[in-house]
Design a protein around this ligand. Sequence first.
Ligand code: FES
Ligand SMILES: [Fe+2]
Length: 353
Amino acid sequence: MIRPPRAHRPPAPPPPLAERQPRLPYPNGWFAVAFADELPPGRVLRPRFMGEDLVVYRTRSGVVRAVEPYCPHLGAHLGHGGWVEGEQIVCPFHRFAFDVSGTCVRTGYGTRPPSARLVRREVREVNGAILVWHHAGGAPPDWEVPARSRDGFPAPFRQLSTLVDHPQDIVENAVDIGHIGPVHGYRGVRVRRPFEPRGPSFTLAATGQRVFPLAGPVEIVFDIAVDGLGHIWVDATIPRLRAAAQFQAMATPLDPLRVAIRFSVALRVGGDPAHPRAQLLASRLLTHALGPAFRRDLERDFPIWEHKVYVEQPRLAKGDGPLPAFRRWTEQFYPASPAARARDAAAALSAAR
Ligand code: FES
Ligand SMILES: [Fe+2]
């Protein structure tokens, strides 16, 4: 059974004078606006996305579309009362209808539709999520988030949280090896496979011991694959429990100060392949039992993320993860010069006021 994501809690208020602290602008790339099953055929959602509303809907045949919310007729917001009819979305104000290309194909009066279209945004359905493309310069997507196999894994345990933060901090957490002991209580954390950037993606493998209430210390090997600043995927193996886990974390800026984090975890037990049903049942039970513990692991970062600032030139020490290489990799998601970045961040903040 897929559990509906639970809203975590209201975010902490931004730290005092947060808007005056150095901030990163919205990064380019793919960012999640929903888990895929929150968008069944016929549903219309209106997520916040980087300081504006979007309208995301799925037609009866299953086509997913993301559009800017305002109707080109007289400006009604399609996310407030709009609905799906077959393959069209209908505006609540005068019932003009738009097809999947965004073109107005019908008025509510039965008259000839005007030449008008909705502004479409690039959208993908991948890894159980609905992702929308953002590019500060309006450029179309030039890379994709690869689909990951979920074979043998049950429906994941999931969590939606909203907090004061920026997606880069959340991805940086995956390479910040130094914090995993102090914050998450792992022992003996080390890098097994170095940080390896490849275009908009990178991989890294790390290992450490996690102490579980009944099982005691258990070695976990994490294979981390990151695509842009909005999609983290981790394949983990737990040899002592003969189990594997998949983690997904997707952070999406709601506005210049806040992100929505969609987190999922699923566990799969090893077992007799002749009994796949028993194996799936046991995997479900394990996911149900350990999902909340892994969610709490994630939540241990929250108070730090919510109150930290972005240090452009951190004073690093031996024992830190590969942060300089990570920071160089992130450059591709922002305007080229630091001055242009600062300008973009300031513009987003004043637009949000
Ligand atoms: S404003 Fe949308 S149909 Fe008139
Ligand atoms: Fe962390």
